[in-house]
Design a protein around this ligand. Structure first.
Ligand code: SF4
Length: 382
């Protein structure tokens, strides 16, 4: 496909995505939503809805399966207080942590607030300001250690600009930028809750990608953004911050693949019935006038790939879980089980291999042996 054909194809895709969304404005992507893309990259339903900028929360609510998300006021207050503590006095506490973690000499530290742009809070201006100062830093500040607070980054998601307003700072040290992610979940004896740590890593990967993209656009080497992000959390049961380096290369690779897939969402959209729409235009009373049953059929027209991870990452999780109930696919047991059962597609097949009523197919001998062993151990213990 040449450049003109690619452009034309892109316009057709965007037009189709607009029609799928209907008469409501696209929902802007935030870092949580972008990060969640990497949690279930094989789900066509999520890819299509996100590419079209559809409000999945409103969709789930109209379907009768409201999303289980939303932090409690207590958790929000706690998170804000912890972030304020870390950033107090020009990020003094954060600098202490960074000095320990990155071996930064005391003299090499400066603080720049990129959110301070003379009272104009528009995203466009704040982003331009971030670009200007980070460009200057990349050119001139190779030796200095400098914290950049409140940067506003940007990523193109399926033709739309997503502005990412992180609670992170970009830290330039020795010519390399580090993303710093501040989270209020506790790290106890060096361990955080795996779900929370994984979500933080995925979210940090979004910022790494956005910062790499910005540097590349400015003509700098994107490799100057470190893959190791600095994760700051309260340590043990006190509120004292602790920092650790987290390698987000894997999350970054998944995110890149998924974003590339979204830009090729046209192939998914081509396979949908003509005239399909997820339109949720509100009536005079502010409530979508469309019958829920009709919307349900529309959503079901796009293939889903439900997995337990969806419960912590996607607004449609209760709807998709309900839809998937009774299905046989081992995908439903989660990524870890699915990977461990590699090549065994259904629960019935796995049970048959375990109790010996089914002969293993080619390449299934080892997993069949392990399943039979597990079955025997289970029988002995129960
Ligand atoms: S909840 Fe549904 S739409 Fe969302 S990622 Fe999971 S399967 Fe896909």
């Amino acid at each position: 496909m040449n450049k003109d054909e690619a452009k034309e194809r892109r316009e057709v895709d965007l037009d189709r995505l607009d029609r799928l969304r209907g008469a409501v404005p696209p929902r802007p992507h935030d870092a949580r939503a972008i990060a969640a893309l990497a949690a279930n990259p094989g789900c066509a339903r999520r890819s299509v809805l996100d590419a079209a900028g559809i409000d999945k929360d409103a969709t789930a609510t109209h379907l009768g399966f409201p999303a289980p998300f939303g932090r409690s006021p207590f958790a929000i207050t706690r998170g804000n207080a912890f972030e304020a503590l870390v950033k107090e006095s020009g990020c003094a506490e954060l600098l202490r942590l960074l000095r320990e973690l990155l071996g930064l000499p005391v003299a090499e530290a400066a603080y720049t607030d990129l959110g301070d742009i003379g009272g104009d809070p528009s995203a466009h201006l704040r982003h331009a300001h971030t670009r200007t100062l980070l460009d200057r830093a990349a050119r001139d500040g190779a030796g200095a250690g400098t914290l950049y607070d409140h940067p506003l980054l940007r990523l193109e998601i399926a033709g739309q600009s997503a502005y990412l307003e992180p609670d992170v700072v970009a830290f330039l040290h020795g010519g390399r930028f580090h993303i710093v992610e501040i989270k209020s979940f506790a790290v106890i004896d060096g361990q955080a809750e795996p779900d929370k740590a994984a979500a933080a890593a995925r979210q940090a990967a979004v910022y790494v990608l956005a910062l790499k993209t910005m540097l590349e656009e400015l003509g700098h080497d994107p490799g100057r953004v470190a893959h190791d992000v600095v994760l700051v959390c309260p340590e043990n049961f006190a509120n004292r911050p602790a920092a650790a380096l987290v390698d987000v290369r894997r999350q970054l690779a998944v995110l890149r693949r998924q974003l590339a897939r979204m830009t090729r969402v046209g192939t998914l959209v081509d396979a949908l019935p003509p005239g399909l729409t997820f339109d949720l235009a509100p009536g005079d009373d502010g409530v979508p006038g469309r019958p829920a049953a009709e919307l349900r059929e529309a959503v079901r027209a796009v293939e889903a790939r439900y997995a337990p991870d969806c419960l912590s990452t996607c607004d449609l999780c209760f709807f998709c879980r309900d839809e998937a109930a009774g299905q046989e696919s081992t995908d439903l047991l989660g990524r870890q089980v699915r990977d461990a059962l590699g090549g065994v597609a259904t629960v019935g097949e796995a049970l048959g291999l375990a109790d010996g009523s089914r002969e293993p197919g080619e390449g299934q001998e080892e997993i069949a042996r392990l399943l039979r062993l597990a079955d025997r151990m289970y029988a002995e213990l129960s």
